[in-house]
Design a protein around this ligand. Sequence first.
Ligand code: GTR
Length: 323
Amino acid sequence: MLSIVRSCGLALLVLSAGTAVAQTPLRAWNIHPDGYPVTEAMKSFAAEVASLTAGKYTIELFSNAVLGDQPKAVQMLKTGEIDVAEFSSAPLSDVVPGLKAFNLPFLFIDSAHMFRHLDGRLGEQLAERLKTAGFVVVGWYDGGARSFYCGNKPITAAKDMVGQKIRVQQSEIYIEMVKLLEATPISVPYKEVLDNLQQKKIDCAENNMPSYESTGHYKVARYVYLTNHVISPEALVVSTKLWSKLSEAERAAFKKAGQNSALLMRDLWNKRVAAAREIAAKDGVQFVAMKDPAPFIRRMAPLYAKYMADPAIRGELLSIVAK
Ligand code: GTR
């Protein structure tokens, strides 16, 4: 028999054998819906943490950004208002400048290239810096390859983006990138992009294929220009407030569960990218592959120059370029 008594956020899990384990309920933030690779990987993380800690830590997952938008959640995790979250590198790079390198257009050839760095020394260095800023990385997830999509006209070259109103994440590097395309960046929370596209407040947005499909953006923005301009990571993080309360064995359990969930996420991700693309194509979306990235890259020259001159980022950039 198993009975759970909850009081003031702390509960006792009483096992029939007579042992009692103090139970700590935790709250996890996530922006995506059910079935999305991030959500499914976070569920598996929660289940493994519960099992490895004999039911001491129970993680309740709040998906779909119901606890607030991503920039707000970044602050909530920093203060310990939430315990676990999955963030993309764009909002995190505002708290850890070294992460900006990972959002530069055309830096990585593909996800394998990115994970070569993240699963190595560079990933460890970034995790150290994130920890100092209040975020303990327990797994690097795949943020996919982002492309542009528009509702008002087909885009077949960088020059077609001139004058377009393009939704961006609330992140400096994305704003700069869109300005260099001579387009107008409009910062809109993720969950409001569909509405903004429908109401024609924005002409275009940019994201990876699973986000494009799962949000329903593909029903409104029917022209995809497959630029794959940003290949970037996402991170499963735990608040330093929670981390400081964990024993060494518990930390090891969170890390193990985090790493396993990252492997699951990356696997689910690749399948979902293909499925999302198929759903949109069957629905009649027009995909145009970018033939030559050079004109786009040339426009980004001031961005590269700026970040190469930034001592907080230069080291990371050079180590990526070298390998
Ligand atoms: C998604 C990402 C989210 C969020 C979103 C956005 O691909 O997984 O965390 O950053 O893009 O564009 O706001």
